[in-house]
Write a protein that binds this ligand. Structure first.
Ligand SMILES: [Zn+2]
Length: 291
C-alpha cells in the first residue's frame, strides 16, 4: 500500500492566490524571530495518510556500524555531486570526540528511539550539536539528490500542500521574500551551515560554554529544517517512491521527529504541515526494530 500523503501528487504547486499565505517572518533577529502562525490548511486532514501505516518502516539495515546513511534508492545516481553544500564535520579531537566515537560504535545497533536519547553522562548541548550536524548533512544530501526533481519550474514556490513559506533570515534577507523551493533550500542550508560553523553558537573547544541562546537558536534551526521534509513529502513523495528512496525518507523523518520530540525542539503548530505523519511516527515509537 502506498504512503498516501496530502499533496503528494501536487505536481503544480499552488499559486499565491490559491491558498493561505504562510510564514512571513518579519522580525529582524535571525535566531529568535521568525515565529509566525501557520495557516490551517483547508482539506488537509481530509487527505490524511492513514492508509500508510504499513509503509512507514525503517529501510533494511545496511551495516551495523557504518556511519553511512541507508541508501537513497536511485536518486543518488541522478547527480554526481551528492550534496548542495559540503558536508559538515566535527573534529574527533575536540570536545565531541567521545560522543562521536560512542555513537559510531552503537549506530545501527539500537532502535531509533534509543538512538535519539541522551547517552549516559553526555552533555545535552553537545548531543544536540552533533545530532543537528547529522541532520544538516542528511538534509543536504536529500536536497542534492532531488535537485533534478525540485526545480524553479516544478516548484516556483516553497510550499507544503497549502502552506507557503517566504524566506527571511533577519540578516542577509530581512524582508520575507517569496522564492522557489530550490532557492529557499539553498538559503536555508546556507543559513543553517553558518549557524553550525559559528563557534560562539556551537563551540568546538572543550570548556567553552554554549551561549544562553543555544536552545532557542536550535529551535529555529529545527523549525526551518523541518520545512525541507514538509516540501519533499508534499511535493515529491511519488517521485521518491518511483526512485525507491521513500523508505530512506521515512526513516530519516522518523529519526528527526523522535529527536525533536525528545528534546522539545519544535512547537506542535510548526509540525502542522505533516501532523498526520508525525502522529504516525509517534504511534510507532518504541516498536521499531534496530536499524
Ligand atoms: Zn520541490
Amino acid at each position: 500500500m502506498a504512503l498516501q500523503l496530502p499533496g503528494a501528487d501536487a505536481s503544480a504547486p499552488m499559486s499565491a492566490s490559491d491558498g493561505p499565505k504562510a510564514d512571513t517572518p518579519s522580525r529582524a533577529t535571525c535566531l529568535m524571530a521568525d515565529g509566525p502562525a501557520l495557516p490551517k490548511g483547508d482539506g488537509y486532514s481530509a487527505q490524511s495518510p492513514t492508509a500508510a501505516r504499513a509503509d512507514l518502516k525503517p529501510p533494511p539495515t545496511t551495516g551495523a556500524t557504518t556511519l553511512q546513511p541507508p541508501g537513497m534508492g536511485n536518486l543518488g545516481t541522478r547527480r554526481t555531486d551528492g550534496t548542495l553544500l559540503p558536508p559538515r564535520k566535527l573534529p574527533m579531537n575536540s570536545r565531541y570526540g567521545t560522543l562521536l566515537l560512542g555513537r559510531q560504535k552503537t549506530l545501527g545497533s539500537k532502535d531509533l528511539q534509543d538512538q535519539v536519547r541522551l547517552p549516559p553522562g553526555a552533555d545535552v548541548e553537545e548531543w544536540l550539536a552533533i545530532t543537528t550536524i547529522d541532520f544538516f548533512n542528511e538534509l543536504n544530501l536529500l536536497i542534492g539528490a532531488i535537485q533534478d526533481l525540485c526545480t524553479e519550474s516544478t516548484c516556483p514556490q516553497m510550499c507544503a500542500g497549502p502552506y507557503i513559506w517566504l524566506w527571511a533570515d533577519g540578516d542577509k534577507i530581512r524582508e520575507p521574500t517569496k522564492m522557489s523551493a530550490p532557492r529557499y533550500f539553498e538559503h536555508l542550508l546556507t543559513w543553517v551551515d553558518a549557524q553550525l560553523s559559528d563557534e560562539t553558537f556551537l563551540p568546538v573547544q572543550a570548556g567553552v560554554p554554549f551561549p544562553a541562546t543555544f536552545k532557542k537558536g536550535m529551535r529555529v534551526i529545527y523549525k526551518r529544517l523541518f520545512r525541507i521534509y514538509a516540501h519533499v513529502f508534499h511535493s515529491h513523495f511519488k517521485e521518491m517512491m518511483e526512485d525507491e528512496a521513500d523508505a530512506h525518507l521515512n526513516h530519516s523523518f522518523k529519526h528527526f521527529v523522535y529527536f525533536v520530540k525528545e528534546f522539545d525542539l519544535m512547537d506542535t503548530e510548526e509540525l502542522e504541515p505533516l501532523k498526520d505523519l508525525v502522529a504516525l511516527c509517534m504511534e510507532q515509537r518504541g516498536k521499531d526494530l534496530p536499524g
